[in-house]
Design a protein around this ligand. Structure first.
Ligand code: 5GP
Length: 117
């Protein structure tokens, strides 16, 4: 794998299987292998950005597209009225384990509040 390669790049190239639920020229989305809610989908940009710390101001559209795609997915799947949560983990304290920027969409049940466990 190249230096900035992650498992998500391999999923995008269909080298390893995943349940891909959405794709366009900018991003793709697939079900998390270890879901933390009844619906747990990851939205990943096709441009290489390791963490939120690496996001440039000029790349604001990258995150905007992830959010818009997640909201559209929630509407399509009938999740919007009940609601959902979106999360971007960053580095160690954020619990990031895959170093390609991604947004988690969690839905399908009341998620409670959040904070330090
Ligand atoms: P992070 O902890 O970096 O915010 O989120 C990474 C997510 O990727 C985790 O929720 C983890 O379950 C998911 N994940 C890791 N490897 C795979 C994989 O091979 N396939 C899928 N579908 N999800 C994965």
């Amino acid at each position: 794998m190249a230096a900035n390669e992650t498992i998500f790049h391999r999923i995008m190239r269909r080298e390893i299987p995943a349940d891909i639920v959405y794709e366009d020229e900018h991003l793709f989305a697939f079900r998390d292998i270890a879901p933390q809610a009844p619906v747990h989908v990851l939205f990943v940009p096709k441009v290489d950005i390791a963490t939120m710390n690496d996001l440039q101001a000029s790349q604001a559209e990258v995150v905007g597209r992830l959010v818009v795609a997640a909201a559209a997915y929630a509407k399509r799947e009938g999740l919007a009225a009940d609601g959902y949560r979106v999360v971007i983990n960053c580095n160690d304290h954020g619990g990031q384990t895959v170093f390609q920027l991604h947004l988690h969409l969690l839905a399908g049940a009341p998620l409670g509040h959040f904070g330090v466990p």
